[in-house]
Design a binder for this molecule. Structure first.
Ligand SMILES: *Cc1c(COP(=O)(O)O)cnc(C)c1O
Length: 221
């Protein structure tokens, strides 16, 4: 199967309104161009350096999502162009993104990455930290970030019941945040990014609005 055919077969299985991020980490520009030429425009990378190297040689109308941990010293490189930072994993990082977004004169869309997996190697907010963030008086002074929702990664396990319950938990937390902390236009807080090649079908059943898929499109890494 070609990249374009893989993309089309996944897209045709997505409920209406769900977006597909084609995850291109480790894949060369020529393969990304195959996806682009089949009409796809939304791509995700997990490392800033690789993302920028690819952005510089690929078409300008690609929407880039950052899906991996963002180090403080790299924030300034992506803020000027990134479409969505899916992996904001601390309040400190969110404040830094806001600061750089002010300098760049942009509003930067962000998701809060929440820790749902049982492995503790993965980055992400815990819910107590999220509640603290929203209750901090400084939070309301952040003018140039726009929180659009949450992102999470389930445990790497063959226990599908566990994967499902982690996705369900993420959805519950999304609802809790939206209800208790999002003021103003709650309609802008509407994204739940969950689901990868091996678990996106479960994620969709649990209410995912963004799936991030790499190997199913481009082959194993
Ligand atoms: C690599 C990666 C994906 C895609 O993984 P596949 O199993 O190749 O679909 C999704 N999300 C994140 C955060 C990733 O790092």
């Amino acid at each position: 199967m070609s990249v374009g055919a893989n993309l089309n077969s996944i897209k045709s299985s997505l409920p209406q309104g769900v977006r597909l991020v084609a995850v291109t980490k480790t894949k060369p520009a020529e393969i990304i161009m195959e996806a682009y030429n089949s009409g796809h425009r939304v791509f995700g990378e997990n490392r800033v350096q690789e993302l920028i190297a690819k952005k510089n040689i690929l078409p300008a109308d690609i929407e880039w999502h950052l899906i991996g941990h963002l180090q403080s010293n790299k924030v300034k490189y992506i803020v000027p162009f990134i479409s969505l930072i899916e992996s904001v994993d601390s309040y400190r990082l969110l404040k830094l993104i806001d600061k750089e977004a002010v300098k760049a004169g942009r509003i930067v869309d962000c998701l809060m990455q929440i820790h749902i997996a049982s492995e503790d190697t993965k980055y992400g907010f815990g819910m107590p930290e999220i509640r603290e963030m929203f209750e901090d008086s400084e939070f309301n002074t952040l003018t140039n970030i726009r929180l659009r929702g949450v992102m999470g990664m389930a445990s790497l396990t063959s226990d599908l019941a566990r994967v499902r319950s982690e996705f369900r938990q993420l959805r519950k937390w999304f609802e809790e945040i939206k209800e208790n902390y999002i003021v103003g236009d709650k309609g802008e807080f509407n994204e739940i990014s969950m689901g990868m090649s091996d678990d996106y079908r479960i994620a969709l059943e649990e209410g995912s609005t963004i799936v991030r898929i790499g190997s199913l499109i481009f082959g194993e890494r």
